[in-house]
Design a protein around this ligand. Structure first.
Ligand SMILES: NC(=O)c1ccc[n+]([C@@H]2O[C@H](COP(=O)([O-])OP(=O)(O)OC[C@H]3O[C@@H](n4cnc5c(N)ncnc54)[C@H](OP(=O)(O)O)[C@@H]3O)[C@@H](O)[C@H]2O)c1
Length: 328
């Protein structure tokens, strides 16, 4: 019989709700504890999703010996602190993206995972979703030649408010770390680490970066044009232009993937998800725990570190500063 794991949620906010909704579907996941800075919030969350325990502090939760694995769902400015706290208490960690604010922080998290011999993975859920897997399969099977150009965006419109997490620098606000990370990840997965980066940001009145346009150049002549913003909508689409054709897909929609080749267009549909697909990363974490490994073979520490390294470089070019989290 499959081993079951006691999951705890650290930070009962917006994304934690979506994650818990899908975690509930997994037979080997016990919804064990909800931990919030306020007991009432923890109780409300726990009763909504049927968690057994509600804790009014993160410390009480990590001191519970029955917790096996913690999903960290706080704003990214606290990911380093909360991850170290859990790992030091030997709790396996799945920590939301952006993994931290800079690569120096990511390195400390990885070192702590090794030091405590405890599992750590970034909750970069798209890697585990069927749509991205299908796109990668199509790249391998469609014989489109060399990939020369990637265009990828992520935008949504969020009303400006200085206290809103997205605009609050103290919490790690800004479009690059929140959603620009997705197009950057697309370019990194398909083209690797860029050779040259240019970036033009636009800042909100709090000084947080509200939108950014990025241009990546690669040694092999390829180019990526990437954007993110909190001030407009778009289809969150990626267009991959190869020597002999194009693959085009919307990151999260149910719309099919399009392949253009030899003057013809092919639409590829595949089994869609009822939910968004947060469960796939949780399934993978429990597979890793079953195998007693402390690092995912798919979303390795190096993938997270490389991704954050590119984000650091973009920030240097665009002068995006988080005062308490210096880039070195
Ligand atoms: N994978 C995805 O699709 C996805 C989507 C959205 C967000 N995210 C990521 O998930 C993380 C959380 O995002 P969210 O939208 O869920 O944020 P949120 O709702 O604004 O906040 C999450 C929770 O963090 C806790 N928290 C701890 N210290 C805090 C502080 N000083 N100020 C505010 N909240 C604090 C709070 O929980 P308690 O009060 O219960 O302690 C809060 O409810 C971010 O890193 C974000 O990038 C991922």
């Amino acid at each position: 019989m499959a081993k079951t794991y006691n999951w705890a949620i650290l930070g009962c906010g917006h994304i934690a709700e979506k994650f818990a909704l899908e975690l509930k579907e997994l037979p080997n996941a016990n919804l064990y504890a909800a931990a919030s800075r306020k007991l009432n919030n923890a109780k409300h969350f726990a009763s909504k999703f049927n968690f057994k325990k509600a804790y009014g502090s993160y410390a009480e939760m990590v001191n519970d010996p029955n917790v096996d694995v913690v999903y960290i769902a706080t704003p990214h400015a606290f990911h380093l602190e909360h991850t170290l706290f859990c790992l030091q208490h030997k709790k396996a960690v799945l920590c939301e993206k952006a993994f931290a604010i800079n690569s120096n922080e990511v390195k400390q998290m990885i070192a702590s995972s090794k030091e405590n011999n405890t599992f750590l993975m970034e909750a970069f859920w798209v890697i585990f979703r069927p749509k991205l897997k299908k796109v990668i399969e199509l790249i391998k099977t469609e014989n489109l030649g060399k990939l020369n150009f990637v265009k990828s965006d992520f935008h949504f419109n969020s009303e400006y408010h200085p206290k809103n997490r997205l605009y609050n620098i103290e919490l790690g606000g800004g479009s690059l770390l929140d959603i620009g990370i997705y197009p950057v990840f697309t370019a990194m997965t398909l083209l690797g680490i860029p050779n040259k980066i240019k970036a033009i940001p636009h800042f909100s009145p709090t000084g947080s970066e509200e939108s950014i346009s990025m241009l990546f150049n690669y040694k092999n002549g390829a180019t990526a044009v990437l954007t993110s913003s909190f001030n407009s909508y778009n289809k969150n689409e990626s267009e991959l232009c190869f020597e002999n054709g194009i693959i085009k897909y919307e990151r999260f929609s149910e719309n099919p993937i399009s392949v253009f080749k030899n003057g013809e267009r092919k639409e590829i549909t595949f089994e869609s998800n009822k939910n968004l697909g947060y469960k796939y990363e949780a399934i993978h974490v429990m597979d890793c725990l079953d195998k007693n490994i402390i690092e995912s073979p798919i979303l390795t520490n190096m993938v997270s570190l490389n991704l954050m390294g590119i984000l650091d470089d973009v920030r240097k070019k665009a002068n995006i500063v988080y005062p308490k989290h210096d880039l070195n």
